[in-house]
Each structure stands twice: as C-alpha cells, then as structure tokens.
Design a protein around this ligand. Structure first.
Ligand code: BG6
Length: 482
C-alpha cells in the first residue's frame, strides 16, 4: 500500500494581513484589509475607506508576526514543519502599488523570514497576493478591473522573484482566485472598490457580473504571465494556482439536482482551475457569459498568454462541502468561507456552521487529479474553534480529531494513486479570521494571547495539537494517535 512520500511537505499556513500586524511600519502602505473593521459570527465587518477611531481594525496588530517571527518560526521548526505557506504583503513592497522602486525595508523583512525558515529546514511556499492589495491600486485603478493592474502585479512579481530566487522555490499566484465567482469576491481578491467617501457594508461591495469576470480575466492573465516568467527565467521555481475547493453534492438523485450541482461545481471550482492548469477557458464558459450578459474584453495575445502560463501544480483550500437542491426539498442553509449552500443531513458542522467532511476530501482529491493530472497540494485545511487557555495550554482534542480524519482521507487518496505533494494546515498559529475579522475563531497549533476586546499580551502557548502534529510529521503521517 502506498503511503506518504518521503519528501511530503507537511506544514502550516498563514497570510500576511491575518498574522503580521505592523500595518504602517517601515514604509508599508495601506492594504485593502487595513480598512476592514473587526466583526464576529453575528456582527458583520464593515469597510471604512477612511479609518474611524470608533472601530477596531484587526489587521493593525493581527498576531504581531512582524515582531514575533523568530519565535514563531522556531516553534514551526520544533513541530518539524517541512513547509511554511505564507504570503508577502504587496503593500510592504510597493506601498501604493505603482511606485517605481520597491520599499527596501519591506524586502528585508521577508529576507529575514526566509533565512529563519532555512535555519529549521523549512521550505517556504509563498502566496504572492493573499487578499492583500495596496489600497492605492483600488483607489487609482479599481483593482484588477483595470488592465494596468496586471503590469503593477508583474512589477511586484519581478522584484520578489529576483530578490528571493535563492530562498523560495514554491510560489502561488493568487489566494483563492475563484473568490470572484461570487459577487462579493472582487473586493477582497481583486481590490475592486468604487466608493471611498463613506462606510460600506459587505453587500455594498458587490460588483456586477461584467466587472467581476472582466477583473478575474485580468487576474488570470496576470497569473499566467507570472508562471511564464518563472518558467522562462527561474527554472528551479514551481508555481501553483490556489483555489478554494468547495464541492457541492446533489441533494438527492433527482436529475435536476445533478445538473445543478454539476453547474455549481464547474463555476466554483473549475472555471479558474481550467484556465490556470489547461491554459484556456472551459468549453461552457461562452454560454455562461452569454447567460449573464457578460462580454469579456480579450486583448489580441490573451489566448496565447493563457496557454503559455499553465501552473506546475494545483494548490487548494478545503474546509467543507455543501449540497445543491433546486427543488426546495431542503431549505436548511449552511455557512462557508466563500459560498453558501444547503445543509447535508449526513454531516456535522463547526461552531461557525461549516460542514465537516473528510470523506469529501478524498473525493475532491480524486476529482482534481482525474481532471488535471498534475501534482496536488492542500494549502489550507483546519478547524476554526473557540479555544480555552487553561494552565498554559489548550486541550484542543476537537482540532486533533478534525485533522486526524482529514489526514486519513489523504492517505486513502494517495493509496488511490493521487499525486499529493503536501498538506499545510490552516493555520500554523492563531490569527485573525478572514470572513469574520475576529480573533475568537482560532485555527492554530499555537495559541496567541489576544482577544477581540483588545486584551491579551500576544504571548504564545503550545496547544495539545502542537505535540500531536509534531508526532504526525515525525512519523510521516503513520502515527495519528493523540
Ligand atoms: C480561506 C482563506 O478562505 O479560509 C483564509 O484563504 C481564511 O485567509 C481561511 O482565513 C479560513 O477562513 P476564516 O474566515 O475562518 O478565517
């Protein structure tokens, strides 16, 4: 029976805006996330283009990784991480996005981070843009709605590729690029924003189908150009896409639900992945655009650029699955990070209503490998929960249970024959939740003492899952007992 390969990339993940803090330090510019307030399960976040002292902005401090990176990476090393999936803050390198020269202080910070990783034999896997675009690009160009933003992205890519060419081998072009398959995605993922003189709730940031798909087209071109640059100039690099895989089952065997789930899966999971892996839009894209009355503007070389920019591997996040029922037989809705769906009566949910489905992970691994035949990497998977710090630790058996079941599913998928490069959990250490903007929803192996009411001193504590994951990595996935 096949098992985890010897060089399997075990690790954990974070993103700059959710972990670093130091939002205005050492020349960093304002990023779109810095104007998003804190929220919770019941209180939605709002976006304030002008900062307002009546609100708190969690990305300002986040987990203070900017200050604690040495201590944190040392702890990742102690767990035996082979890989640390992290992101670079674009506005640390180009504060407004369109400067001629990069910010040296920002570049130095990531030099230090990568050097620290090297000390412990940890391979960094860098997301170039993880929901983190300079606000200047939103203001001047409406994010990726403008084609000019492709050039700004490529300027940034050229700088970081050249600077870190000997320190970083694995790159991901955009985090969860398929965010833009929903109306609200283009703000967080593309930096699309048109109103700057008043506070906005999330709904007001929704954009038209035309704008979201045109902006997404520009992002897909940017991703392809980035891959092409890597292939032409840095043969050592491996570049992946990053998509949120959110599989939708048909609620029952009614064929109309089967067709509806097929369509939902295509749009959510495969529209972007087809372009990034196969180098062209899927055959059904044309009818999808027509249905939405969308007219994508292609420049003359676009088809060729997409063809030349196919990624080396697929990376994806996996948290939950959902169900499609268009007959109304089941009206029970469920929550998720990107898309919502119908409740699956066979699954349990997290405290935030995300349906837990380890078997679904084996299913999607096989689906993806079957469709695309390139190596796969899970770069996010984990349980957001309320943790209680007691006697200097957290007894997070629920997290161990969640991860254990998912790792078992990986093993089965590998036995099925799937080429799986690695598994990087979300998250390596506690950080700010992306969907709710709160600290209370914790994912890490390391507890960060910071609470939503502003209390806490950012001290780090090992959770029970820390020692468990250390054992899992040391045994290369064989010993899952806690
Ligand atoms: C993914 C994002 O959607 O899910 C992460 O890439 C995010 O940035 C993660 O943190 C978990 O979602 P949340 O909303 O619970 O933080």
């Amino acid at each position: 029976m096949k098992s985890f390969p010897k060089d399997f990339l075990w690790g954990g993940a974070t993103s700059s805006n959710q972990i670093e803090g130091a939002w205005n330090v050492d020349g960093r510019g304002v990023s779109i996330n810095d104007i998003v307030t804190s929220g919770s399960k019941t209180k939605p976040k709002i976006v304030t283009p002008i900062k307002n002292s009546n609100y708190s902005y969690p990305s300002e401090d986040a987990s203070k990784f900017y200050e604690y990176y040495k201590e944190d990476i040392k702890m990742f090393g102690e767990m035996g991480f082979k890989c640390y999936r992290m992101s670079i803050s674009w506005s640390r390198i180009f504060p407004n996005g369109d400067e001629k020269e990069p910010n040296e202080k920002g570049l130095e910070f990531y030099d230090k981070v990568f050097d620290e990783c090297k000390k412990y034999g940890i391979e960094p896997m860098v997301t170039i843009s993880h929901f983190d675009i300079p606000l200047g690009i939103s203001k001047k160009y409406c994010g990726f709605l403008s084609r000019e933003t492709i050039n700004l992205y490529m300027n940034y890519v050229k700088v970081i590729f050249e600077r870190y060419k000997n320190k970083v081998k694995y790159w991901l072009t955009f985090n969860e690029i398929n965010c833009s398959m929903m109306a609200l995605g283009p703000f967080i993922c593309q930096g699309q924003m048109k109103v700057f003189d008043r506070e906005l709730n999330a709904r007001e940031l929704a954009v038209s189908d035309q704008d979201r798909l045109q902006g997404l087209h520009h992002q897909l071109i940017a991703s392809a150009l980035c891959v092409k640059l890597a292939h032409d100039k840095y043969p050592r690099f491996k570049v992946g896409n990053m998509t949120s895989i959110f599989h939708s089952y048909p609620y029952n065997c009614d064929p109309v639900n089967q067709i509806a789930s097929q369509q939902r899966n295509r749009e959510n999971n495969y529209y972007c992945t087809d372009v990034q892996v196969k180098g062209h839009y899927p055959y059904w894209a044309k009818s999808y655009w027509e249905k939405l009355n969308v007219n994508i503007k292609f420049e003359k070389d676009d088809l060729e650029i997409l063809k030349q920019g196919c990624v080396d591997f697929i990376s994806f996040s996996y948290y939950m699955t959902s169900v499609v029922d268009i007959t109304g037989a089941n009206n029970d809705k469920t929550n998720a990070n990107l898309f919502q769906g119908t409740k699956n009566p066979f699954l349990k949910s997290s405290e935030w209503g995300w349906q837990i489905d380890p078997i679904g992970l084996r299913f999607v691994l096989n689906e993806l490998y079957d469709r695309y035949n390139v190596p796969l990497m899970i770069v996010e998977n984990g349980l957001g929960a309320i943790d209680k710090l007691e006697n200097g630790t957290v007894n997070d058996t629920y997290r161990i249970q969640y991860l254990k079941e998912h790792i078992k599913a990986l093993k089965l998928a590998i036995e099925d024959g799937v080429d799986l490069m690695g598994y990087s959990t979300w998250s390596a250490i506690d950080l700010v939740s992306a969907s709710t903007g709160e600290y209370a929803k914790r994912y890490g192996f390391i507890y960060v003492d910071r609470n939503d009411d502003g209390t806490g001193d950012f001290k780090r504590y090992k959770k029970k899952s820390f020692d468990w994951y250390k054992k899992v990595i040391a045994s290369n996935g064989e010993d899952l007992e806690d």
